[in-house]
Design a protein around this ligand. Structure first.
Ligand code: URA
Length: 209
């Protein structure tokens, strides 16, 4: 690894990866975020779940999906019949990107850009090599495009079994993309959005052996 900790070390040990990622300066987001939020779960997880980036709560806690989107996600996974212990949960980008509101108090989420997603991708690939999941579940366009490329269109392919690109064959046996749980929280008809989110998770569960 170089001195800026920009490259994951050559290991499949999640604790070593997490510790190395805590010093990552591969993009400028480390400067304002509280800490790196690495993935959570065991190396034996069957399903690797990818979100966008940590939010305000996650940035402070150092854990993925502990805020409102995470609560919704937990409930939806339970309803779709997933065992929490079968999941490894992480994000495409591992530092919180935000701007301050006018009074400088609230931190407002900003969508990560392609350069940040690309800078962080080696960590996601290292997590994939460590966990070797049966299924990768991509939550939202940022997660999906991180693995599948910027041309991927979530609206056209949500809920479908996806063909992983050749460079990931072997690493990603099966994949599905669906909406981000934050999009469910913001939807005008939240009940309907939630029901189709759970339906996608149920379809994803069927891809497991
Ligand atoms: N949204 C995400 O994409 N990831 C988190 O960890 C929390 C909210």
């Amino acid at each position: 690894p170089d001195s800026r900790g920009a490259e994951p070390p050559d290991t499949t040990d999640l604790d070593r990866l997490r510790s190395a990622a805590s010093g990552c300066q591969a993009c400028p987001l480390y400067q304002d975020a509280t800490q790196t939020v690495f993935g959570e779960g065991t190396a034996r997880a069957k399903v690797l779940v990818v979100g966008e980036q940590p939010g305000d709560k996650e940035d402070l806690a150092g854990e993925p999906f502990v805020g409102p989107a995470g609560k919704l996600l937990d409930r939806a996974f339970e309803e779709a019949g997933f065992d929490r212990r079968s999941l490894y949960v992480t994000n495409a980008v591992k530092h919180f990107k935000f701007k301050r509101d006018e009074r400088g108090k609230r931190r407002i989420h900003q969508k990560p850009g392609r350069t940040e997603v690309v800078a962080c991708r080696p960590w996601l690939l290292a997590e994939l090599r460590s966990v070797r999941p049966e299924l990768v579940l991509l939550l939202g366009a940022t997660a999906a495009q991180s693995l599948l490329g910027p041309k991927f269109r979530l609206t056209a392919h949500r809920g479908e079994p996806l063909e992983p690109p050749e460079e990931l064959a072997g690493l990603v046996p099966a994949a599905m993309a669906t909406v981000h749980p934050s999009a469910v929280l913001r939807a005008p008809d939240r009940d309907e959005a939630y029901a189709s989110f759970v339906a996608d998770l149920q379809a994803a569960a069927k891809l497991l052996g």
